[in-house]
Design a protein around this ligand. Structure first.
Ligand code: IPM
Ligand code: MG
Length: 362
């Protein structure tokens, strides 16, 4: 059986990190006898420049046909002046909507070797292992009406709509409960149910669902408190589930706690486990093409791709073990070399080499 994997390198450091993740996937495919067929297409700023839109038709066709998509990053200063509807980020929103990737999994795991890179004291983050489950195709990101218009009184008004129906809340809730069940059995649902009706419904549906999961302990927090708790005592959390906007914000906080956003992978899945996998970090245009970017978040995203879309858990475990081993052997790219690191830092390709070498031992 051939697995079709679509590579969308995108902008900035996207191509740098995708190249290394592709090498790792190819090696893992050899080891496990998997047949992976890679294709490549445009997304984001480069797609705007070459095809006039951030998620061109040709990319859409390949993405729909693929079993999984691995994306680098989109965006850069040269596209910052474009109107909201034409920006590279719209390509990302478009592919999420097009493939119905409603379930975004953002693990925030602290590798022990990187504890000193966290913005919090190491005793607060040692052993940190949180999973943020973010609803990705609804809420205020997609709600209508939206836009900027001139009102009758001549004043301009910007407008967005936060909305969720029960079925959208239930489907993300179920996956979050399932995820918690496979972990430490604790799920915290984050809302703003003291003010926003849309999240009052969110809380009600989560509460209803919990009777189907007696083995999972459900709690609720308002988003402002959740943000505070994440920086006060992050290890109290196991799985967090929340809507699109709150998930965007809380996942950046969680990323910072781990010391390097350059380490964090993500998966965005539809109901058939087709997925888009991407690092949590952005396109870092200032270091693009200079062999400086950390490819580990993309390599770890490739591991998630093996686990969730290709259903190759052993291959996924092996990639993750290889990354852990590379870190424990003291290999660092510049972004994770802080604190008392005294060795020589590795470039993007050399880090890819190190992971590939470690695969054979992992
Ligand atoms: C993310 C990003 C995106 C989002 C942007 C680039 C559209 O911040 O994936 O977290 O807001 O979802
Ligand atoms: Mg974000």
């Amino acid at each position: 059986m051939t697995h079709r994997v679509l590579l969308l390198p995108g902008d900035g450091i996207g191509p740098d990190v995708i190249e290394q993740a592709k090498r790792v996937l190819s090696r893992v495919a050899d080891i496990h006898g998997l047949d992976i067929a890679f294709e490549e297409a445009l997304i984001g700023g480069k797609a705007i420049d070459l095809e006039g839109q951030p998620y061109p038709e040709s990319t859409r066709a390949l993405a729909r046909a693929a079993d999984a998509v691995l994306l680098g990053a989109v965006g850069g200063p040269q596209w910052d002046g474009l109107p909201a509807g034409d920006r590279p980020e719209r390509g990302l929103l478009a592919i999420r909507a097009d493939l119905d990737l409603f379930c975004n999994l953002r693990p925030a795991i602290l590798f022990p070797e990187l504890a000193s890179a966290s913005s919090l004291h190491s005793h607060l983050v040692a052993g940190l292992d949180i999973l943020i489950v973010r609803e990705l195709t609804g809420g205020i990101y997609f709600g209508e009406p939206r836009g900027i218009h001139v009102r009758e009184d001549g004043i301009r008004e910007g407008l967005n709509t936060d909305r969720y129906d029960e079925s959208e809340i239930r489907r993300i809730g179920k996956l979050a409960f399932e995820a918690a069940r496979k972990r430490d059995g604790r799920l915290c649902s984050v809302d703003k149910a003291n003010v926003l009706e849309v999240t009052m419904l969110w809380r009600e549906v989560m509460q209803d669902l919990s009777s189907d999961y007696p083995d999972v302990e459900l709690s609720h927090l308002y988003v402002d408190n959740a943000a505070m708790q994440l920086v006060r005592e992050p290890k109290q959390f196991d799985v967090l589930v929340t809507g699109n906007l709150f998930g965007d914000i809380l996942s950046d906080i969680a990323a910072m706690l781990t010391g390097s956003i350059g380490m964090l992978p993500s998966a965005s899945l539809n109901s058939q486990s087709k997925g888009l996998y991407e690092p949590v970090h952005g396109s870092a245009p200032d270091i693009a093409g200079q062999d400086l970017a950390n490819p580990l978040a993309t390599i770890l995203s490739a591991a998630m791709l093996c686990r969730y879309s290709l259903r190759q858990g052993a291959a996924a475990d092996q990639i993750e073990r290889a990354v852990a081993s590379v870190l424990s052997h003291g290999h660092r790219t510049g972004d994770i070399a802080g604190g008392n690191f005294t060795g020589a830092t590795l470039g993007t390709a050399a880090m890819g080499d190190a992971v590939i070498a470690a695969l054979d031992e992992a």
